[in-house]
Ligand binder design. Structure first.
Ligand SMILES: Cc1cc2nc3c(=O)[nH]c(=O)nc-3n(C[C@H](O)[C@H](O)[C@H](O)COP(=O)(O)OP(=O)(O)OC[C@H]3O[C@@H](n4cnc5c(N)ncnc54)[C@H](O)[C@@H]3O)c2cc1C
Length: 338
């Protein structure tokens, strides 16, 4: 059990987008009891915010007169042969590595997503056809209203596309402390994405193992996404867009390079990166920001970017997309406002 308090920490060191002033106080806890204690000691009216790895947050420019709470609750346990019980402070990619090393399938396509295990249910992280909601069976959370630990089933989490209850009614109420994933001993199908097939062909792999699939995903992501250690971003800045089949057909006819996937008989998903890319904006510099050369959905902070300027840049991109395709695109990360 340990509670660590740090004061006056630059926000640029706490989020991968590297924007913001100073955080007055950052409290790191390592157990559920620590969490309860931190909230018990917190003065009435004190503002606070939960921070994982800061890879899906954009802080405001000024100083934050509030307490940032980081749950660093660690531990990965294997139960009933296929269940992984994971502390919320574990680094997500280490969890994927652990699963693959232990011949457990189900999360290998979620390789190399930055951040902590505890944040994965918040936006229902997803990549290459898998979402955390496909494997999460339950989670434990500290409930600030009842000051007790509660359990959520998968259904209770109200998962949607990059969405869950923890972005809505559960926000500011629950701190996720542990997640439980039901994985499988079966070898998964190879994900049907062009880059994966190319990687396997290049490496002469006919029957892909779990390790091969993880390696393929990491190789593709390394090409398409910036390494947060070197380039400041929050990954995809915009969510993909869902449109009616009629709209999808119209877009396909007019812009054959767009990435459009049928979801059901009424809906199709449009890759927002392809909307921006087809405008010729991939790699475009806009003030102190740019659209990443490997993936137009990623906004890069070139160094001196501020939150105020980012607002203008985002609006410019949204307006240009709307003007060309008649589609509204929405930011994916949490844009903190206080
Ligand atoms: C290069 C790059 C690639 C990325 N690729 C993907 C991708 O493929 N797919 C994808 O879905 N996302 C992707 N992301 C976004 C991001 O990595 C994920 O959303 C990740 O789950 C965020 O984890 P974090 O610990 O950094 O959360 P943070 O950014 O610290 O927090 C995100 C939100 O979760 C809340 N939160 C954090 N911890 C807890 C907790 N224990 N309990 C309750 N709430 C909590 C925070 O308050 C905040 O609202 C990418 C980001 C980068 C930089």
């Amino acid at each position: 059990m340990s509670i660590t308090r740090e004061y006056n920490v630059p926000l640029s060191t706490l989020s991968t987008f590297r924007i913001g002033g100073i955080a007055r106080e950052v409290v790191t806890v390592t157990t559920e009891d620590d969490l309860a204690e931190v909230f018990r000691l917190m003065p009435q009216g004190q503002k606070w915010f939960l921070l994982g790895g800061g890879s899906n947050i954009v802080f405001p420019d000024g100083d934050l007169d509030m307490t940032l709470i980081r749950p660093k609750i660690l531990g990965i346990r294997l139960e009933h042969d296929i269940e992984l019980v994971v502390g919320s402070g574990e680094i997500w990619d280490s969890v994927v590595a652990f699963a693959v090393e232990n011949d457990l399938s189900g999360i290998e396509t979620l390789s190399w997503i930055p951040g902590t295990a505890g944040a994965t249910p918040v936006q229902n992280v997803g990549a290459y056809g898998t979402e955390i909601s496909d494997v999460l069976t339950s989670l434990r959370a500290f409930d600030l209203w009842t000051k007790s630990i509660v359990t959520f089933s998968n259904k209770d989490c109200k998962f949607g596309y990059r969405d869950s209850i923890f972005k809505h009614g559960g926000k500011g109420r629950y701190v996720i402390t542990e997640i439980t994933l039901a994985l499988s001993r079966e070898l998964p199908d190879v994900p049907q994405y062009p880059g994966v097939a190319d990687y396997l062909a290049e490496h002469n792999i006919r029957a892909a193992s779990l390790v091969d699939i993880r390696s393929a995903i990491i190789a593709i992501r390394t090409k398409k996404l910036p390494d947060p250690k070197e380039v400041a971003s929050v990954g995809s800045f915009f969510k993909n867009t869902f449109v009616s089949i009629e709209k999808a057909n119209q877009l396909r006819a007019e812009y054959p390079t767009l990435a459009i996937y049928g979801i059901d008989e009424k809906t199709a998903k449009v890759g927002t990166g392809s909307l921006i890319d087809t405008m010729g904006w991939k790699g475009k510099r806009i003030g102190n920001f740019s659209l990443y050369k490997g993936n137009a959905m990623v906004i890069v902070n070139e160094g001196a970017g501020t939150r105020a300027e980012l607002g203008d840049v985002v609006r410019q991109i949204q307006n240009a997309v709307h003007e060309k395709y008649g589609i509204s695109i929405e930011p994916e990360p949490e844009l903190l406002v206080f």
